[in-house]
Design a protein around this ligand. Sequence first.
Ligand SMILES: *Cc1c(COP(=O)(O)O)cnc(C)c1O
Length: 444
Amino acid sequence: MTDYRRLPSIERLVAALLATHTAPHAVCVAQARQLVATWRQHPAHMPASFSDMVNQLSVAVMQVTQPSLRRVINATGVLLQTNLGRAPLSSAAQHALTEVAASATIEYELESGQRGDRHRHVTPVLTQLTGADSAVVVNNNAAAILLTLAALTNGREVIVSRSQAVEIGGGFRIPDVLKQSGAILVEVGTTNRTYVRDYAEAITPRTAAILCVHHSNFRIQGFTHEPQVAELAALAQTHHILLIDNVGSGSLLDVTPYGLLAEPLIQARIQAGADVVCFSGDKLIGGPQAGIIVGRRNVIQTIARHPLMRAVRPDKLTLAALHATLLSYVNETALNDIPVWRMISMPAATVAARAAHIAAQLPAPWHVRPTHSTIGGGALPGELLPSWALVCPHTHPDHLAATFRRHHIPIIGRVQADAVWFDMRTISPSDDTFIRDAIIQLTS
Ligand SMILES: *Cc1c(COP(=O)(O)O)cnc(C)c1O
């Protein structure tokens, strides 16, 4: 039998919470009412003691009164950790965000005092960096693909290789996006081999475009073939259809000097003749979440004028942070300025030296171990960067990891082989002393 007499009164719960916490009375009452209603409905969820009830109320009130999104330190060894916000922003990009946070010239021309165009801010720098005629920025790359297809294909056919009709993540599937855009998918080739002639044979008067999709998050190995972008661009041009190239992450710098497999270079795809190239702002570009579309002037104009553009346009914060990020490429300081590039390009010996320097000051059993970092964010699957980690063997490594997650700036490591690992490659060198102090404080 459920003992409904154990249900506390709202006043008693709220009074107990407010004895030790400061929170608006109305919020406490509303949250207490909800909790008590839940316990009445599901008596099994009723905490055993009154103080546990007050604790639950405290959590519920905090969820309404405290910011939920928190700064953390990414010690996971995954450079672009999607759950931790993908690319950390450069100092310049962070500064740009605060600069424009109040009023800013997002759609205003200072010279004339007239209304301006929000897209003009980053177009010159994007065309400079990619060699494209024009550019437009949207919310994210998923929106970029949807908008591009909706604007350019107008309900006509789009040819996609069977090896590229993929799911990108979070249920975002190329065939579904095509359907949503109103385009008709025409799949050609096979999962492992698709030739230019497969595309050529599928072109009809109803064809609007060929769509290329980079395999960002998986790799096909062995007996495989996919045509070069230049071959498809030539084919598209001959038939007066468009070549749309979704490079996913895409990059403005070559990753191969750092021992990684090549990622598509955006400027190379434009050079090869793609009419439109779209990519994410927060993967290897290393900026804020954004979808960047570069390509031929008339094509970009058609995209920018489509009604969906209004639904996916970027805000001033995105544009400011993106512009500041792109300026690091223009000024050739990207390897130092942009965190993801600093992580990629830092020699393993430098990572090792940082780890050793910290470890020398740590209590036992903390020590240094070699490890491997990954790129993450659906870029460069299976590619590893040599790295070094601060490691603490523990009988309950999950408990220790949780202790670090509860720190005032949470440190997110990984649990592996009965130990907690903090990969130094994904930790900003400016956080090294913070990590050292946190470890000393939390494990002594
Ligand atoms: C990441 C990715 C997307 C989605 O980009 P978002 O910016 O996350 O919306 C689309 N296509 C490919 C190939 C990707 O790698």
